[in-house]
Design a protein around this ligand. Sequence first.
Ligand SMILES: [Zn+2]
Ligand SMILES: [Zn+2]
Length: 373
Amino acid sequence: MKNLAVSILFLVFCIAFTQAQTTHGHSFGRKIEFPNVPGYQTLKCDFHIHTVFSDGAVWPTIRVEEALKDGLDAIAITDHLEYQPHQQDIPHPDRNRAYEIAKSFAENNDLLIIPGVEITRDMPPGHANAIFIQDANKILVDDARMAFEEANRQGAYVFWNHPNWISQRKDGIATLTDMHKQLIADSLLHGIEVVNELTFSDEAMRLALENNLGVIGTSDIHGLVDWQFDLAEGGHRPITLVFAKEKTEASIKEALFAGRTVAWYKDMLIGKEEHLVPLITSCLEIGKIKYVGDSNLAEVEIKNNSDADFIINSVSAYNFHGSSDVFTLEAHSTTKLEIKTMVRLKEFSMNFQVLNAVMNARIHPYIKIEMRQ
Ligand SMILES: [Zn+2]
Ligand SMILES: [Zn+2]
């Protein structure tokens, strides 16, 4: 009985401790949240996921449950076509099975399951994901280029996986080979992972811009999302935000081919300027200018309705009363700025550089905030 009392006390302590901890992390919960942008829905997608049908550790249904917990809109299960380490236990003659199992399990949810595979080759071309495919088995061919051709014949969106992977690229510098250049020239390769699992590649971002490739970020999860990305400590899985006209497979595909994406990785947003800036400004709700007493000190509240903490470097004419030029607009929080405008203004604008957003290698975008009384 005494032991029971001690156990209960310990349990209560654990719960209290956990709750206290979460207030430091993402206390707003596990579901990933970003608002829509003008003209488009912001869909949260993970296009690179493994199961026991290649070298992953879980059954496809677990992937669906994880995605639902993360509040995702779409996933693609992309098991290695050519690499089958569990083959003795799971012979896997039909490479469409992981997709079919996930698809039927997700039937009564509004999570979209997109058919996909990972074409798994030595470098070049290395690994590539083909998503929106018709039949995985037909992509399992001897010649690497023919695999890309078959995926494209099926209407697939194809992106280069982890071009910075040190097993295939010793220096970790994503670099196009002649084969990649030819695949791009022939419109057989459409996107590139700038983010894969636990890595971010400045060089891949530059390649995306120079070659008009889509910017993709994925979890490439093999084990459990919870463990790999430290969700209990406020981490999140890397995903691609897709700006789609509606939440359908066709619409996601259209958006990918049009290149409307931003990657979300370790509290950082990575994408082309034209997609990144509208996303960040859509996350922020700007309050009205209020002057304090009879002073010339303006107060403006900024509410951040997204999962991203925005680290701001202010490059405006005015200084702040309560902070330096660098401060953070915390996720799902309201920050009050005290701005020394020197005279009372009915309206003014401020320019902020967002340091944890990346629009090219080492280049961070600027946003303009309009403030009004
Ligand atoms: Zn791979
Ligand atoms: Zn993979």
